[in-house]
Design a protein around this ligand. Structure first.
Ligand code: DLL
Length: 433
């Protein structure tokens, strides 16, 4: 089923016409109502009337996350606070929170976009959806909640933590759809197995996972252990939260709700716009947000746009699964490394569990990368020779993928701390320059 075929299956010409009309409106609005945008547009020497086509978006300046922090808390809102009915926020790794606001219409639009995404993943009004995202300033809980209600699913606002109780609820309430971060889904299945629950006997049939990067191998692991079909969904607070893009049953890229978020991929170094099929940094412009419109926001997420038709019938542009953030990229001995490259190797190796951490240190001028990974309980026999072989094999595979040598430390099952939200994979202990 397609939630809004009128938009999700629009012809390219109609989509572009919708986008350009909405773009012109939002650009005019921000210029008139948000001093920050007037300032950066004037600095660039560009006026709203210069935007005549979608191509002209390139003339507009980018917005960086620092702008949200500098205008903390409400400086970038485009409506009087009286019209704002909700705020959410996301804390950066440093500095102030990034605060965003929603009008009544924004909330309605958001629910509709989530309804599109959960429908893409196959959720219907027959489903019982357990939302294991935090309810609070984080957009995950409330975001998914209203969209799932909109499609008519029975929502269990379970939030995070208290994992044994979550599993019991899943059994007793007959949960059919699990909504969480992929790392929490992995932790939950571990707890379920510990409790002696046979996951194949549960009613669970589908999972929507997002809010952090996860590899194809992680998908296979989640699907196998939970006995479900797992779909990815992507979003970020600055744009709306979840609801920006999601996977359909074809699982070949995430359909972008491009009538609401205009996507671009740029070369992160030069800022130059790249074409479909080229890997770079995702940049989005919100086309319909009232309270918090945002222009050419640099997400730091690395992906690629796909404009080929999808077998599901939707015509919206897709984005490739996000493999990591530009800021997650580690530069080790001059080589660029993404945690997802390491995850792929680990997940493709028998004997280790999908729980790992990357520890980066510096001795003198030399960087050191240690990959700490847990042995999987199922396979672990404790034989020294076997462990030695496994370590050697991992080192070899990592070396081939990363082009640098990494240390490997095998840990006992369950030794890495579990998280209920986004996993912390990298511990960079190098002194800050
Ligand atoms: O994580 C919104 C969200 C909630 C999306 C629930 C999906 C489900 P933030 O906390 O602002 O918002 O974090 C946004 O998380 O820029 C990406 O780096 C990362 N991210 C989100 N979804 C995915 C995904 C929410 N599916 C940041 N794959 C983004 C990879 C993702 N990374």
């Amino acid at each position: 089923m397609i939630w809004e075929p009128r938009y999700e299956c629009m012809s390219r010409e109609d989509m572009q016409a919708t986008q350009v009309e909405r773009l012109q409106t939002v650009v005019r609005e921000v210029y008139e109502k948000v001093p920050f945008y007037k300032m950066i547009f004037d600095k660039q020497g560009v006026k709203p009337r210069d935007v005549k086509s979608l191509e002209d978006i390139k003339r507009l300046p980018f917005t960086e996350k620092e702008a949200l922090m500098e205008n903390y808390p409400f400086g970038m809102f485009a409506v009087p606070l009286k019209e704002v009915v909700r705020v959410h926020a996301s804390s950066g790794t440093t500095g102030k929170q990034k605060v965003v606001g929603y009008t009544k219409r924004d909330i309605r639009t958001w629910s509709n976009l989530i309804a599109r995404i959960v429908t893409m993943a196959g959720v219907t009004d027959e489903d019982v959806a357990q939302i294991c995202f935090g309810y609070g300033l984080f957009t995950g809980g409330f975001g998914l909640h209203y969209g799932l209600e909109k499609v008519g699913a029975m929502v269990i606002p379970a939030s995070t933590g208290n994992t044994e109780k979550q599993i019991t609820m899943m059994q007793d309430f007959g949960t059919t759809a699990l909504i969480a971060t992929p790392s929490y889904a992995m932790y939950m299945v571990e707890v379920a197995e510990d409790m002696g629950v046979d996951t194949s006997k549960l009613k669970l049939r589908v999972g929507l996972f997002g809010a952090e990067p996860w590899t194809e191998n992680m998908r296979k692991e989640i699907e196998r252990r939970w006995n479900i079909k797992a779909a990815d969904n992507y979003g970020l607070t600055e744009l709306v939260g979840p609801g920006v893009a999601g996977e359909c049953e074809c699982c070949d890229g995430l359909h972008i709700n491009e009538d609401h978020f205009y996507p671009e991929v740029i070369d992160a170094k030069t800022g130059e716009t790249l074409g479909c099929g080229e890997v770079g940094e995702l940049v989005f412009t919100s086309l319909t947000r009232e309270a918090f419109p945002i222009i050419r926001y640099r997400t730091r997420d690395i992906s690629m746009l796909i404009d080929e038709p999808c077998a599901c019938g939707r015509t919206t542009v897709r984005m490739k699964k996000v493999t990591g953030r530009a800021d997650d990229m580690l530069i080790i001995r001059g080589v660029n490394i993404y945690p997802s490259q390491i995850e792929s190797v680990l997940m493709g190796t028998e004997g280790v569990a999908p729980h790992y951490q990357l520890i980066v240190t510096r001795k003198g001028y030399l960087d050191d990368l240690e990959v700490q990974v847990e042995l999987s309980g199922e396979k672990f026999t404790g034989k020294f020779k076997e462990l030695e072989e496994l370590e050697k094999n991992l080192k070899y595979k990592l070396n081939k993928v990363l082009m640098i040598s990494a240390k490997v430390k095998l840990l006992e099952p369950r030794s890495i701390e579990r998280t209920v939200g986004k996993a912390k994979r990298v511990i960079d202990l190098r002194p800050k320059e």
